[in-house]
Design a protein around this ligand. Structure first.
Ligand code: ADP
Ligand code: NA
Length: 330
């Protein structure tokens, strides 16, 4: 294929993706599948680096895949698969571990943050080697572009360093991937506390809209979102983070420009704006939830789709791993 290769992964760590995941990542995956050769992976191996429940992980992996398909990923156009189904990910990660400095890995801010939370003695070695598994995910596919948010920028930098280091030491093997930086404007904030980002770990139930929320409760969360006392629909991320967040969601779900939407509600306060958006959100999550549940009712079909995705992934990943193994002397 002459289309540029892109790779991205998402962890199956919740029962539902939320609007931050969708607007900050998944909608871009879907956009890119049209004119890119896309490999999209549910990274279950990354999800076991912290405490977890095996039965919940298995269910969340299926739910993640079903949501991706319901949101619009087309397994005919994009290769959609589960990380643990493609053993090359773990195999190349070992090689990359062996060319990464211990200090280099310990300097990753995400490791420092997560390890700091539970204390270093509680952290798994998997948490430390997570970025090398992520590098393996990306490099196995000779990836040219990786859609990433700000939070993964440092890990992608490490991936580029490792690709260059390996190529320099053992001979040209890996494509050095470029970030496809997703604009910070796609950052969705908490509906009840617009000073923090919407996140499964930090948000309260009322502050987070899940793509699998039932339409009524999603609409209610939008109507009761925290805004400000100015009562003017206007985009200003600094001064009006709550309203700007709602405008971002409105714009993303309708394809209309933020300024145009703000213009429509000029001089009207927040009432009509919130009611209209609550209906737009309800109309978005309703069919999504139904489509996801329908997909989840047919596990055999999901297994078939994932089997095809893994087979397509292995065609590429085996060739890359063979070359890498040969270069390192295996
Ligand atoms: P969470 O922060 O809820 O734990 P993850 O860290 O699993 O979510 O993020 C998965 C993807 O969704 C990443 O690409 C991340 O950049 C994106 N993402 C997560 N939260 C937001 C948000 N509030 N706004 C925009 N993108 C987000
Ligand atoms: Na996060």
């Amino acid at each position: 294929s002459s289309r540029p290769r892109v790779f991205s992964g998402i962890q199956p760590t919740a029962d539902s993706f939320h609007f931050g995941n969708y607007l900050g990542a998944l909608q871009h995956w879907i956009r890119l599948q049209d004119d890119h050769d896309a490999f999209y992976c549910v990274v279950d191996m990354h999800a076991i680096t912290v405490d977890y429940d095996p039965a919940a992980l298995r269910e969340r992996t299926y739910r993640s895949v079903a949501q991706l398909l319901a949101l619009g990923l087309d397994p005919q156009r994009a290769s959609v698969f589960v990380q643990s189904h493609v053993p090359e990910h773990a195999e190349l990660a070992w090689v990359l571990n062996c060319i990464t400095g211990l200090g280099e890995a310990q300097r990753m801010t995400q490791f420092k943050d997560k390890a700091a939370r539970g204390g270093l003695n509680q952290a798994s070695v998997g948490l430390l080697t997570y970025p090398m598994l992520m590098a393996s995910d990306i490099l196995l596919y000779q990836t040219q572009g990786v859609p990433v948010g700000e939070d993964q920028r440092q890990h992608l930098e490490l991936t580029r360093d490792l690709a260059q280091r390996f190529n320099g030491r053992f001979g040209e093997t890996f494509t050095v991937p470029e970030p496809i930086i997703i604009a910070d404007t796609a950052k969705i904030v908490d509906l009840q506390d617009p000073t923090i980002k919407m996140s499964k770990s930090a948000s309260s139930p009322k502050g987070i809209v899940d793509v699998l929320d039932d339409p009524k409760s999603a609409a209610k969360k939008i109507r009761s979102a925290v805004t400000d006392s100015e009562a003017e629909v206007r985009f200003d991320r600094e001064e009006k983070p709550g309203v700007s967040n709602l405008l971002t969601i409105y714009s993303a779900l309708t394809g209309r420009k933020v300024d145009e939407i703000a213009g429509q509600y000029a001089g009207q306060g927040y009432g009509a704006f919130k009611v209209d958006l609550s209906e737009i959100v309800a109309d978005f999550v309703g069919p999504l939830r139904a489509a996801t549940m329908e997909l989840l009712d047919d596990r055999a079909e999901l297994d078939r789709i994932l089997g095809e995705g893994a087979a397509r992934a292995r065609e590429v990943s085996q060739a890359t791993l063979d070359a890498a193994y040969d270069r390192v002397g295996f």
